[in-house]
Design a protein around this ligand. Structure first.
Ligand code: ATP
Ligand code: MG
Length: 213
């Protein structure tokens, strides 16, 4: 049996990752491919427990290094327990966020050295990486607007927040430039169906899937 393919969807907050993960899995299944969705942080039981540690409590609960280590503890569990066995059984996996989010948030966003994060990846996962990464690119204000964040923030915090999210966006684009064989950047501004069709075209071209018209 042919090994399944591993596809990740990445991008800033509100870019449409969760929406497009669902649409892509449905399109793969309609094309006759066994496919399942998963997400990070989380995806496996241990990783979902760690997700709770990462998302609960105040923003200062973990410093950037502890956060990166927790994310990679979760990621290794997710890969070893869920993703690799599924791929070995011929199932395609589509993940809503993966390792590029750690590079973007903890590296470009919070300032950890990128070389250290690459080393952490190698220690946790060796050469394991996605077959294809779709980076959904959206202006920061549009992404935050979609998830209703602007009104909740004071002017000063909104400015800091905007700068952080701009570093994330620039970081994802730099990741794509650095690894064009794995990554494709998709304009996330059009409506959901148009973005979905652009993703299908990229998956078709890169991984040879014949989607139903
Ligand atoms: N192409 C689109 N055009 C307009 N609105 C969209 C589009 N795609 C998604 N949305 C809406 O924007 C919001 C965020 O979408 P979604 O949850 O898929 O993004 P996300 O990238 O997963 O966000 P988060 O980073 O918060 O997980 C949702 O309300 C969704 O319905
Ligand atoms: Mg989401």
């Amino acid at each position: 049996m042919a090994r399944g393919r591993f596809i990740t969807l990445e991008g800033g907050e509100g870019a449409g990752k969760s929406t497009q993960t669902g649409l892509l899995v449905a399109a793969l299944v309609a094309a006759g491919i066994a496919a399942e969705r998963t997400r990070e942080p989380g995806g496996s039981r241990g990783a979902e427990d760690i997700r709770g540690l990462l998302l609960e409590g105040d923003a200062e609960r973990w410093d950037a290094v502890s956060e990166a280590l927790l994310l990679y503890a979760a990621r290794r569990d997710h890969v070893v327990r869920l993703i690799q066995p599924a791929l070995a059984a011929g199932t395609w996996i589509v993940s809503d966020r993966f390792a590029d989010s750690t590079l973007a948030y903890q590296g470009y966003g919070r300032g950890l050295p990128l070389a250290d994060l690459h080393e952490l990846h190698r220690f946790a996962l060796g050469e394991f990486r996605p077959d294809l990464t779709v980076i959904l690119d959206l202006p920061v204000a549009e992404g935050l607007g979609r998830i209703g964040r602007r009104s909740m923030l004071s002017d000063r915090f909104e400015q800091l927040d905007r700068e952080f999210h701009q570093r994330l966006r620039d970081g994802f684009l730099a990741i794509a430039r650095g690894d064009p064989a794995r990554c494709v950047v998709i304009d996330a501004r059009p409506d959901c169906d148009s973005v979905h069709r652009a993703i299908r075209a990229a998956v078709g071209a890169r991984l040879g899937v014949a989607f139903a018209a």
